[in-house]
Write a protein that binds this ligand. Structure first.
Ligand SMILES: Nc1ncnc2c1ncn2[C@@H]1O[C@H](COP(=O)(O)OP(=O)(O)O)[C@@H](O)[C@H]1O
Ligand SMILES: Nc1ncnc2c1ncn2[C@H]1C[C@H](O)[C@@H](COP(=O)(O)O)O1
Length: 227
């Protein structure tokens, strides 16, 4: 029996991993996809033509970057749909608007006109009945100090030279965002409870929780559809 069968995880599930920069989304995406024999959908950082420019000058590049990310994630979403699911996705599309675009607008590094254009585009593309939402959003959380030390350790120059206040603002916004998120079911995982780098890899404990959350959410969806 494979791990998908063991934990009752349907073959066509779409699981998205959310959380602040450096919390461990890519690491979790790889580990889960490997255990489940699912495909992965990663954010491409190295080939992003705007990201470094954005960290150099938020005001000049924030709109370009958001439109770029939206297009990339929408293409990935289409690919996931065409394959019929069976994916783990590194970061959800909801964080682009709920965290990043909003934060730059609130801080004055995205103009009101650009923000309105962006949110109109986002709503037209994503917040419709035609957009397939993930079956489960796994939210990774942990202490701010641990997350900042992971960003430093990973060593992307553009992130290392960004003031710590930026990461702190983002961290606080994530906490509020997840408490109000309702686009799909959520499973919260604290990085201090499940350390994927340990010798005793806790992936099966995570799969057990994923399986239970997926069954619960599918039962809920069926009940809602029957109403
Ligand atoms: N469980 C863990 N324990 C220790 N370090 C970790 C763990 N998970 C990830 N890391 C490290 O933290 C850094 C950020 O992880 P990453 O998966 O790239 O985060 P994200 O995709 O959320 O930005 C990387 O250097 C990674 O090796
Ligand atoms: N929507 C976004 N706006 C600004 N910056 C973003 C957005 N999505 C991702 N990013 C940045 C944050 C990090 O520097 C890299 C990759 O994110 P990570 O959380 O490490 O996967 O892109």
């Amino acid at each position: 029996m494979n791990l998908r069968e063991k934990y009752h995880i349907p073959n066509d599930s779409v699981i998205t991993i959310a959380g602040t920069v450096g919390v461990g989304k890519s690491t979790m995406t790889k580990a889960l996809a490997q255990a489940l024999d699912f495909k992965t959908s990663f954010e491409k950082v190295d080939t992003n033509p705007y990201l470094e420019k954005f960290y150099d000058d938020f005001e000049r590049w924030s709109f370009h970057l958001q439109v770029y990310f939206l297009a990339e994630r929408f293409k990935e979403q289409k690919k996931i749909f065409e394959y019929g699911g069976g994916f783990v996705q590194d970061r959800s599309i909801y964080e682009d608007t709920g965290i990043f675009a909003k934060m730059h607008f609130d801080k004055g590094t995205m103009s009101p006109t650009d923000y309105e254009t962006y949110t109109n585009l986002f709503d037209a593309m994503v917040m419709t009945p035609y957009f397939p939402h993930p079956d489960l959003l796994i939210y990774l959380e942990g202490s701010f100090d641990e997350i900042v030390s992971r960003i430093q350790e990973r060593g992307r120059d553009m992130e290392k030279s960004t003031p710590i206040s930026y990461w702190e603002e983002m961290y606080n916004r994530y906490t509020t965002w997840i408490d109000n998120f309702n686009a799909c079911p959520i499973l919260r995982i604290n990085i201090s409870d499940y350390d994927l780098m340990q010798d005793e890899n806790p992936i099966e404990q995570i799969l057990e929780k994923v399986g239970r959350s997926l069954q619960h959410s599918r039962r809920y969806t069926r009940r809602e559809l029957a109403r």
